[in-house]
Design a protein around this ligand. Sequence first.
Ligand code: 13P
Ligand code: SF4
Length: 319
Amino acid sequence: PAEDDARVAEIKRLLQEQNAVLVAHYYTDDAIQQLAEETGGCVADSLEMARFGARHEADTLVVAGVRFMGETAKILSPEKRVLMPSLEATCSLDIGCPADEFGAFCDAHPDRTVVVYANTSAAVKARADWVVTSSIAVDVIEHLQARGEKILWAPDKHLGGYIQQKTGADMLLWDGACIVHEEFKAKGIEDLKALYPEAAVLVHPESPAAVVELADVTGSTSQLIKAAKELPHDTLIVATDRGIFFKMQQAVPGKTLFEAPTAGSGATCKSCAHCPWMAMNALDNMAGALREGSGEIFVDDALRHAALKPLERMLNFQR
Ligand code: 13P
Ligand code: SF4
């Protein structure tokens, strides 16, 4: 629509005027991903977003995603201004792991190495020895296990359970979940596989174990897009937020992509899985943030210093 075109033009102008760059997650709207691409920003998984923002020379990072992504960008680049289209865009994993309760959990298990998922507040990261994203979690836990360390893991119990099962590490799990991925149903995927037996199944590890068991490939959003390209299959069933289809379909224009069914959906699904917080990112509020300087992320200095250490461990980790 014409209104969108006007917003896009305004955002492009403001990005340039303010020496700002757009860092977008794969789960944001197609128009935002497209804009990030066209303006020299990035569309990426959460680890790549962190790396891109930290290395980029812009004065301002506009982070289209959820709050932890903006906070991570600010922790890694305190000298940059970090804006988000909406400061309300949180994550059920973050909500489900309040810093005070998490601190008490850590205090009760001082013998364990604390590893937290990136989908947490700066205050939770500040208590951690390591931060990981789904693209690097298995490698980091394998490394810690080889050193004989016992792990305290938070907050995603599904991702934690998946890592535990892959590595055999001793992991104590926090009881959190992603409300989007938790809805995928193994039965629905089996029914879809019955209709398309030649299809491969791609699954994000925030999904329940019964769903991960059906996967040909399990991985982060970027890893799933890579797998879509590399697998010989022409038909793919994909269990993650529907936002991923924009870039995935671009990567494999000749392949047929199906959304994995969620609770209550039929065998085939259209736009069933979509994060309500990712959906808060829009052209309108992005333009507003740039125009008015609203939606700026601030992280308390002491917290920032404490959270930087486990984040830097992640960024410096080599397999
Ligand atoms: P990725 O790191 O795979 O992008 O996943 C992050 C996430 O859960 C965003 O919702
Ligand atoms: Fe959090 Fe799930 Fe939304 Fe990702 S998709 S931001 S894990 S609620």
